[in-house]
Write a protein that binds this ligand. Structure first.
Ligand code: GLC
Length: 425
């Protein structure tokens, strides 16, 4: 908590005046996440809007950790603060924050909105109100070292058992030349990122998505227990103990410095791994996350991403909505995709040749999206953050050896029944 509070203080103090023409009409402040190059791209986009419209923009940096960012937003919004006009929000927050945002349908024409994937628009609609506009869409991907796999005559794994064997084989062969090499890095810290990673393992075994769309709490099942137990087995073998404290950027740091064979991460890591100064530039491949085992086995990528919302406490909602309209436009989404590998939310961009050659995963992305596993934020609404925190606790406890998966999932089921008051979300 102390960390969050100090971050809030720093974040609010750190208002970067990005662009202010001599006679700016109004000043719009926008909060953006700072994961990888997110902040830089957001700033460039907002500056361009300011230049085109004669308004000014202020950028507020927020923590890369989703839960810390949510806590900051909740404090500001609960106080009715007008300090931030435009909020970059996670796809799992519309239900939690809806009452603080305006309906963007008042300002963005339906014609322009309908190009976004319908699933994302549905996700951002709460009680008929479009509380946010889709900004970019995420899905978990498996990154691998193409050069190392080729060198040892190995192929990208189709299931988790193959991933484990391949990682071990490469480690055995390469550790003498690189003592720091790890087999598989991912996000194991007790935060929203672990919800995403572990929902992928669980769904890949056919174990559902914690709470199903009809409100049923499904997580206490043998497939889910098998999936989480499998992940526990990676720690200290193909994954370092430290993975239990890794978020996205920690995993990327290890992988990008050439010290991991496999990494689970979001699309943003692609542009950075292939940046001119990246030690693994040109050596990286991308695949679907592996399948689990058993009759329900499938590839499963967590559905993530970010949206832009306008605060109802904003003094300038019209201009704030215009900034959202600009940042979510096809032109700006294309620029962000090429520069930062942020996946567009607009269907029309998935046929764009320039984009297809810059982002190798784009051509299959619509299929990935169809089989993606959504976290249960729509059905649990404002209670989603409690659900995710309880779930993360159960998974992290299992990974650190505090109870078995079966015990922790049985307790989780009881806790979720209490949170939902008997399944009535
Ligand atoms: C990314 C995703 C977001 C997810 C978060 C977890 O930012 O876009 O949906 O909640 O990672 O760390």
């Amino acid at each position: 908590m102390a960390r969050i509070v100090s971050f809030i203080a720093t974040a609010l103090a750190w208002l970067v005046i990005s662009f202010a023409p001599a006679q700016a009409k109004v000043t719009i402040s926008i909060s953006c996440s700072s994961l990888g190059v997110e902040l830089e791209l957001c700033q460039e986009g907002a500056n361009e809007w300011a230049k085109q419209t004669g308004n000014a923009v202020k950028l507020v940096a927020t923590p890369p950790d989703a839960q810390e960012r949510l806590a900051l937003y909740q404090q500001l919004l609960a106080a009715g603060s007008a300090d931030i006009d435009v909020f970059q929000i996670d796809v799992v927050w519309p239900g939690t924050l809806a009452t603080h945002f305006i309906d963007l349908k008042q300002y963005i024409p339906a014609e322009e909105l309908k190009d976004h994937f319908t699933t994302l628009l549905t996700n951002d609609t709460v009680d008929g109100k479009l509380v946010a506009a889709p900004f970019f869409v995420d899905a978990g991907l498996l990154y691998y070292r193409k050069d190392l796999l080729d060198k040892h005559g190995l192929k990208p794994p189709r299931d988790w058992a193959e991933l484990t064997q391949t990682a071990k084989a490469v480690l055995d062969a390469e550790r003498s030349s690189n003592g720091k090499l790890q087999g598989f890095v991912w996000q194991g810290r007790a935060y929203e990122g672990l919800t995403c990673n572990s929902i992928e393992w669980v769904a890949s075994f056919g174990g559902g998505s914690i709470v199903e769309t009809d409100g049923k709490i499904s997580i206490n099942n043998p497939q889910a227990a098998a999936a989480i137990t499998l992940a526990k087995g990676w720690i200290g073998t193909i994954s370092p103990e430290g993975v239990l404290n890794y978020a996205e950027e920690d995993a990327r740091g290890v992988f990008q410095s050439g010290n991991a064979v496999f990494m689970r991460n979001w699309p943003y890591a692609w542009a950075l791994a292939n940046a001119p100064d990246s030690p693994v530039k040109g050596k990286v491949g991308i695949a679907l996350l592996p399948q689990g085992s058993g009759s329900g086995a499938r590839h499963a990528a967590a559905l993530g991403g970010q949206d832009l919302a306008v605060s109802k406490y904003s003094a300038n909602p019209k201009e704030a909505a215009d900034l959202v309209r600009y940042l979510t436009s096809a032109e700006e989404q294309k620029r962000r995709a090429i520069k930062g590998s942020f996946n567009p939310t607009r269907k029309s961009l998935y046929g764009d040749q320039e984009l297809l050659s810059a982002l190798p995963f784009l051509k299959d992305f619509e299929a990935v999206l169809e089989s993606a596993v959504a976290r249960p934020s729509t059905v649990t609404g404002a209670k989603y953050n409690r659900v995710s925190s309880e779930y993360v606790r159960a998974v992290h406890n299992t990974l650190t050896g505090k109870g078995t998966a079966e015990e922790n999932l049985a307790n989780l089921e009881k806790a979720l029944e209490r949170v939902s008051r008997g399944g009535r979300w």
